[in-house]
Design a protein around this ligand. Structure first.
Ligand SMILES: O=C(O)[C@H](O)[C@@H](O)[C@H](O)[C@H](O)COP(=O)(O)O
Length: 223
């Protein structure tokens, strides 16, 4: 794991957006299409804002969420809606969003169709992950009902996930396919998340799921 510390959140957002854009650019020189996998939640908005100002062959970029909350796109908790608003705009408006949500009542019913939609776009070229203060990443929550399956080496691409700390049911890319990414960045802000991340390094992914992706990750932190 590599740890990068920034003096403040604005500088983190600008520098990390720059790093992600140059990795996407390098991948685009090599491949016809490139998969960029990103978190929802509150942290990545300013990074997305900076990315939308970057000139890239966005029309050859496929964007997919790490995970989604099973709520309609009209909900303020919809990560899909966040992406449409903050990432698929400006220069990045020509990128393609690979869906991680459908209007079915439960994520379980949409799993096969969404997984088949993702399969041709794997492995992920550039992966950005967030982390919660319970050490979850994507929707790999400690204590979640299907965490063991999602951490298994033979896991399917997607699994539904229900956990106490998660609010609504979720759908998540499993650890196997997150770990298969060609480049991995984790973004965290604040002292509490830094402490949680440092402690997670000595723990098993069953206890602190972020530990599953840390060995190959660059962690970006600002106070
Ligand atoms: O849908 C989600 O909730 C995310 O994808 C999730 O894994 C997120 O990255 C962390 O919960 C951190 O969230 P914050 O950035 O809001 O702290």
């Amino acid at each position: 794991m590599e740890f990068k510390e920034y003096p403040d959140r604005d500088l983190l957002a600008l520098n990390l957006a720059d790093t992600l854009a140059s990795e996407l650019g390098a991948a685009l020189r090599h491949d016809d299409r490139v998969t960029f996998c990103v978190p929802g939640g509150t942290t990545p908005g300013p990074i997305f804002d900076a990315l939308t100002a970057v000139t890239l062959d966005w029309d050859r970029v496929d964007v997919v969420l790490n995970d989604e909350r099973w709520v309609p796109e009209s909900s303020p908790r919809s990560n899909t809606a966040l992406l449409r608003k903050r990432l698929l705009t400006g220069h990045a408006a020509s990128a393609t969003m690979l869906p991680l949500h459908t209007e079915t009542e439960e994520p379980d019913l949409a799993l096969d169709a969404l997984s088949e939609g993702l399969r041709p776009h794997l492995p992920i070229n550039v992966l950005l992950l967030g982390m919660g203060t319970d050490a979850h990443t994507a929707s790999l929550f400690p204590g979640a009902d299907r965490l063991a399956e999602a951490l298994a080496p033979d896991a399917p691409i997607l699994l539904p996930m229900r956990a106490e700390g998660a609010g609504e049911p979720r759908i998540t890319i499993t650890a196997r396919y997150l770990k298969g990414a060609l480049s991995t960045h984790v973004v965290i802000m604040g002292d509490e998340k830094r402490r949680v991340l440092e402690e997670a390094q000595g723990k098993k992914p069953e206890e602190a799921p972020i530990a599953a992706v840390l060995p190959n990750a660059v962690v970006h932190w600002a106070p």
